[in-house]
Design a protein around this ligand. Sequence first.
Ligand code: AMP
Length: 437
Amino acid sequence: MSQKEMSAKVEPFAAVKGMNDILPPDSARWEWLEDKVRSLMGLYAYRNIRTPIVEPTALFERGTGQSTDIVEKEMYSFEDKLNGESLTLRPENTPGVVRAAIEHNLTYAGGQRLYYMGPMFRHERPQRGRYRQFYQLGAEALGFSGPAVDVEMMLLVHELFANLGLRNVRIELNSLGLPVERQAHRVALITYFEQQLELLDSEAQRRLHTNPLRILDTKNPAMQALVQQAPQLLNYLGDASLAHFDTVKTLLSSCGVRWSVNPRLVRGLDYYSHTVFEFLTDELGAQGALCGGGRYDGLFELLGGKPTPAVGWGMGLERVLELIKTQGQGSRVLVPDAYAVIADASAMAVALQTLQALRAAGVSVQMHAGGAAALGSMKSQFKKADISGARYALIFGPDELAQNAVTVKSLRDGSGAQVIQSLADVASWAPTLQSRT
Ligand code: AMP
């Protein structure tokens, strides 16, 4: 079979549904965002943690919760072929971070402030802003029990959004109090819903005894009146929980951050306590949740560690980038400062050495590369220089080589101005090529 016949038989592959390639020039926006995140995390003294993408399935069953949508139906789980262990592609990263903190005793000498960025996997119905592989930025502060760190967590997100130029993002807050307080509320909630069983949809009926708090989260329009009237957790909080919540609200306001209380904002898991929050936008349709988080003082114990207070959040980076686009911020395209036009292969060694010297001086240069036999005409090389977006062409021609020099031609300002620069001291003129943006 000829090469052609062989390739004709192969259907091209496509990416898995709900999982996306991030391609140039779009990838430049991702890098820009990631750079902003890293420098901000440095300012808040949060340090990077990188945990495996695959974890034991049982970690999420315990740490995310059996009765959540994630564990009930969204996990990519598989069996390890060698030992039969059930493994899962992480659907979120808080359990992984807590597992690592316990395993390496990270909090032995005091609190730890950590952040991560990376892909998560959930088998959901793909739509705009909802994917099966998506990227989350998350932060976790481990070992701090007071309300101040809850506020620090929200300030961090607030500041990141401000740095990204985002507008109209609101913060909703609630307090889940302590487990005993939630237990009293849970009893009242079940009694209330049991009296109106006929108004509950099948999902709510199923959750009534496993996770009644989650019924408050329903999107079903027919149940809105019912959940509006339901007993509110805030009315079951004791003095200490109310004081924690009041301090969070007061400190946020004193930092100029606006918030509103949403009594129906819940995380239906027992290891959550006190503060929960969400950052939301109305500009992305149904997928308006940009970031969600809260205090999870019970999780360390649940995963076999010592009792350790903790608070964290997770943010969907696709949604953040989508909002940046929606709000009209220009796309960021990376272009090289210069493109090297090389007349003839005999100039290649000099050209390569010069480009190395320019790069060492901080100039971004794209080298012309041709086929095995020839580099292509000067005309076609100039066309490629133009397409590259570079502001300068560097011309390595025979005349230039004879003088140990290169011609620098301006491509973008309409002048077409050319100057000859000596190859003897590249570092002295390299800064004139550097982009100032
Ligand atoms: P969660 O862990 O469910 O609280 O999610 C935290 C954040 O991750 C959400 O506020 C979203 O911004 C984002 N997110 C969650 N699920 C998806 C998904 N399937 N696709 C894209 N982003 C998601």
